[in-house]
Design a binder for this molecule. Structure first.
Ligand code: PXL
Length: 275
């Protein structure tokens, strides 16, 4: 079995089942050594609680990287999620250069349902777009892809709209694009994986309602599957099947509105990876 070392850079939301509290256990379950660089510490995520505390860790990043350089620490992949500031995006670039000997995977983690998350503005979105275009793999949802390309966000669309969206991302330099939450018909949703300009679509059941944090679950499960040697299309399918299971284990509990019970489906994820 491959033993890969991955670094993930995203916030710690102490409560709320997103970002690092999701990525670390999922990546560890995939069999990868998982190193972390917290971008910020929040009391909880920014979507739905009464308020949140936020400690920005941007200024800690150069010192951490400088120390790693002394010990020649490098990673097989660096995967980024929610970042705290524009300055941090610059430091992530430096970390890619200094510490990544393999894949640079960027989940923009900045918007959904046509809107930026609380705390982000257009300047942040533009800078995050640049980071996505520089990465080897980026995993936007449709909202994020629209923001990155100046495209009108739609809830009703066809294959032509989606292909144009991905085409615009590629024109701006994007390499592999994994576009999540693409639904062409009632009751179904899926993911479009575009590698070298060729798209494949994996469609699965859509569960009404939608849960918070599923983008983070998806990106972590996708990265873990890649680390196990699955190709992009296979990793996209495994991550979709796992995320769907997480949602199924959550939706019948209305008190669990802030995230998904991803822990309950980890045994299935491990089985999907053949471990
Ligand atoms: O799931 C993305 C995410 C990550 N981290 C924080 C968030 C969100 C989405 O709202 O608020 C702090």
């Amino acid at each position: 079995m491959a033993y890969k070392r991955v670094l993930t850079i995203q916030d710690i939301s102490c409560v709320g089942q997103c970002s690092l509290t999701v990525a670390l256990p999922i990546l560890s379950a995939s069999g990868a050594e998982t190193c972390i660089l917290p971008s910020a510490v929040l009391s909880n995520h920014t979507a739905g609680f009464s308020a949140f505390t936020f400690r920005d860790l941007t200024d800690d990043m150069p010192g951490i990287s400088a120390q790693w350089k002394k010990d020649k620490i490098v990673f097989d992949a660096v995967y980024t999620g929610y970042l705290g500031s524009i300055k941090q995006i610059g430091y992530v670039r430096d970390i890619f250069r200094a510490h990544c000997k393999g894949l640079r995977i960027v989940d923009p983690a900045m918007a959904d349902n046509g809107k930026l998350y609380v705390g982000f503005d257009d300047k942040y979105a533009a800078e995050m777009a640049k980071l996505c275009f520089e990465a080897d793999i980026t995993l936007p949802n449709i909202t994020e892809a629209c923001m990155m390309t100046g495209t009108e966000y739609r809830t009703q669309y066809d294959r032509e709209y989606i292909e144009k969206l991905i085409g615009k991302m590629r024109d701006k330099g994007a390499k592999t694009v994994v576009l999540t939450g693409v639904s062409y018909r009632e009751g179904r949703t899926g993911v479009v994986v575009n590698v070298n300009g060729v798209s494949t679509y994996y469609e699965h059941k859509k569960i009404a309602g939608g849960c918070h944090g599923t983008g983070d679950v998806y990106a972590a499960a996708f990265t873990g599957a890649l680390m196990q040697g699955f190709n992009e299309q296979e990793a996209a399918r495994i991550a979709a099947d796992y995320t769907l299971l997480c949602i199924e284990k959550t939706v019948d509990d209305p008190s669990h509105w802030y995230g998904v019970k991803f822990e309950l489906a980890l045994p299935e994820y491990i089985r999907m990876l053949g471990l």
